[in-house]
Design a protein. Structure first.
Length: 129
């Protein structure tokens, strides 16, 4: 049970946070030009990179990080991104986009690959101590 709360509970909380933010009808700011779009896309990328990190961290709780884990992380991120876009189609003032699903999945891929390196370095440090 402790392992669940340590590794999987943050994944569930983060997924809930993504869902909650997707439920907000209008996230547009008053920034000029393309800054609003740019900052929203950056936020999307960061939230899905963190999501990928948390999932990979949960998968690698045994200390190993394999490419199979990366594959499953990418699949889970892609499925959640698609479900998030479907969810946005029923939120007034929002719309779902296949483009956003791809963008979020790409951010998850980048996040998973960088996370693998981070988690492997942490595992190496633990072994040396």
């Amino acid at each position: 049970m402790r392992k669940f709360f340590l590794y999987w509970f943050p994944v569930i909380v983060w997924a809930g946070l993504i869902f909650a933010v997707s439920s907000i009808p209008n996230l547009k700011s008053e920034l000029p030009g393309g800054w609003d779009l740019f900052l929203r896309k950056c936020a999307h990328a960061v939230e899905y990179m963190i999501f990928a990190f948390l999932i990979l961290r949960a998968f690698s709780s045994s200390g190993r990080v394999s490419w199979i884990d990366i594959f499953f992380v990418i699949v889970l991120v892609a499925l959640y991104a698609a479900s998030d876009e479907i969810h946005q189609t029923v939120v007034i003032g929002r719309h779902g986009s296949l483009w956003d699903t791809g963008f979020d999945t790409l951010a998850g891929i980048v996040g998973a690959i960088f996370s693998r390196r981070i988690l492997l370095k942490c595992a190496d440090r633990k072994r040396k101590v």
